[in-house]
Write a protein that binds this ligand. Structure first.
Ligand code: NI
Length: 176
């Protein structure tokens, strides 16, 4: 297993539509294992494949947190949210959106269809925090980030801040 580099906004791959997975082989298992390790290392509660530069419809989630002794890894291949109901506003952050947390409106309950790592179809319902995390991760697969759902003012402030950070990094590299 390898810890992969997590791409950060405004990396263009984060804006790409991910392709469905059609081959359920050992290569997929290795990729998913790398994604899980990368997520636990970060640490985060979810990771989509585009975040490590792979435009495939794969999501890993573990709501137990990185310190938990018993991991509860959820792997969703080609996940689709077929229905949603209710709404709730709560704080979100993202491993690809550095230094920002903001309130985002999400469905409180969703119906999900996906495949497991062997390609077996599954369908389930998710609520509250779990539903929020799935919605956030499925967004990634469609090239969306949670900053797309915050106010345009907050988004433009964040874009400016991030631009400055990147300029500072560039200058640092140039002088190093
Ligand atoms: Ni994210």
């Amino acid at each position: 297993m390898t810890i992969r580099k997590i791409l950060a906004y405004p990396h263009p791959i984060l804006r790409q539509q991910a392709e469905p997975v059609t081959i359920f082989d050992d290569e997929l298992k290795t990729l998913v294992a790398d994604m899980a390790e990368t997520m636990y290392d970060a640490p985060g509660v979810g990771l989509a494949a585009n975040q490590i530069g792979v435009t495939k419809q794969i999501v890993v989630i573990d709501l137990t947190g990185s310190d938990a002794e018993e991991k509860d890894l959820i792997i969703l291949i080609n996940p689709k949210i077929t229905k949603g109901e209710g709404s709730d506003v709560d704080e979100e952050g993202c491993l690809s959106v550095l230094d920002l947390n903001a309130k985002v409106k999400r469905f409180t309950k969703i119906w999900v269809e996906a495949q497991d790592i062997d390609g077996k179809p599954m369908a389930f319902e998710a609520e509250d925090y779990y539903a929020r995390v799935i919605q956030h991760e499925v967004d990634h697969l469609h090239g969306h980030l949670f900053i797309d759902w915050i106010s345009s003012l907050k988004r433009s402030l964040y874009k400016k801040k991030r631009k400055k950070q990147l300029q500072a990094e560039q200058q640092h590299k140039a002088s190093a």
